[in-house]
Design a protein around this ligand. Structure first.
Ligand SMILES: C[S@@+](CC[C@H](N)C(=O)[O-])C[C@H]1O[C@@H](n2cnc3c(N)ncnc32)[C@H](O)[C@@H]1O
Length: 345
């Protein structure tokens, strides 16, 4: 199917796949994700230190295995795995093995101890951690037309959209289960839920590829814990018009699938969850892992001014990582594999 100047009409999933990961895709660029936006990993070393403490808890739960894996899933430029390995106590570090799983090429300055792979290693014992991965797993989008029918949104390379065929099959089932939109009916307001406007124009991001991607990552862990951290929403509080967004050079922008910007949509983490999973907010997870935004005591300013300034800076970074309306609202999906989750946050 072709459009005029803007190119071929495609679903958002296919268009995003090429725009992010194709030969000229956004994530093939040398500057990496950090060149365009700040994740928790870039916001502060406190994040990697907290993940290192989580890895120590997993180590404890696993009974201190001779080899303890840390798998940084969708590693960007390997910043998290680098920070985690650095923050481990010596007795754990000596048994730890770091993996960075990325579609982009290995940065030349990455520590030689870190293995750089395209797929997670199979059957590892340890912790797989996916920070801001699933929001970049491309999804199709459904939109309700004037007759109340859910149709696939088609897009051209220049970002122009139009509606395509009705959503059917497994995608329709996913919507029914996780993100219901009216399938048929008049263009009037829904009778239930927080949204009270007309049906027409309501949108949903069809998270099925993310559920599959997460299930496959979890299946790669032999024993231990898998954690997905992302912008998230859960059933009953889905955004009525979806969350598809672009990012370029630190700014939010219109999502245009031409390789010039990141294309991201918040994650239905409850749909990704497998049996035994737990979902909590980043602020609660990080607090349970010892990240505190409490200010240091003023007396420290007189006894050790340099330590006071350092502690104040750390409190500011902790506040950013746990901020309401910001990183603190991110969801942490904890998926224990073959271990009890009692000792985890
Ligand atoms: C938003 S960045 C997050 C980077 C890093 N985790 C962080 O928090 O700073 C998303 C990364 O996921 C990578 N990615 C997406 N799908 C992937 C896959 N199936 N396997 C490995 N990496 C993937 C992209 O190349 C990109 O570097």
């Amino acid at each position: 199917m072709t459009g005029a100047a803007g190119g071929e009409w495609r679903g958002w999933r296919e268009a995003t796949e090429e725009a992010l990961y194709g030969p000229l895709g956004f994530y093939r660029r040398p500057e990496g994700p950090a060149g365009h936006f700040r994740t928790s990993v870039h916001a502060s070393p406190l994040f990697a230190e907290a993940v290192a403490r989580l890895l120590c808890r997993v180590d404890e739960t696993l009974g201190h295995p001779s080899e303890l894996a840390f798998v940084d899933m969708a590693a960007g430029r390997g910043e998290l795995v680098t920070g985690v390995l650095k923050a481990l106590p010596a007795d754990v570090a000596s048994r730890a093995r770091g993996y960075a799983i990325e579609r982009a090429t290995r940065p030349s300055d990455l520590h030689h101890r870190i293995e750089w792979l395209q797929e997670p290693p199979k059957g590892v014992t340890g912790l797989l951690f996916a920070n801001e991965w699933l929001d970049n797993v491309p999804v199709d989008i459904a939109q309700v037309d004037p007759d109340g029918v859910r149709r696939l949104v088609l897009v051209r390379r220049d970002g122009t959209e139009r509606l395509g065929d009705p959503v059917e099959g497994a995608d329709a089932e996913w919507l029914d289960r996780w993100w219901p939109l009216p399938a048929e009916g008049p263009s009037e307001g829904p009778s239930e839920g927080p949204y009270e406007g007309p049906y027409e124009g309501l949108r949903a991001e069809i998270g099925r590829p993310r559920d599959a991607a997460w299930a496959s990552a979890v299946a790669s862990v032999g024993r231990g814990l898998a954690v997905a951290v992302d912008y998230a929403h859960t059933a009953g509080a889905r955004p009525p018009f979806g969350t598809l967004t672009g990012f370029r050079a630190g700014r939010e922008t219109a999502p245009v699938p031409d390789g010039s910007c990141d294309i991201t949509a918040h994650v239905a983490l409850d749909a990704c969850a497998l049996p035994g999973a737990r979902l909590l907010a980043q602020r609660d997870a990080l607090r349970a892992l010892g990240v505190s935004s409490g200010r240091p005591p003023l007396t420290l300013a007189t006894t050790d001014p340099a330590a006071y300034v350092r502690a104040l800076a750390r409190a500011g970074e902790a506040a950013e990582l746990t901020a309401p309306g910001g990183l603190g609202d991110f969801g942490w999906l904890l998926q224990p594999v073959g271990v009890p989750d009692a000792q985890l946050p």
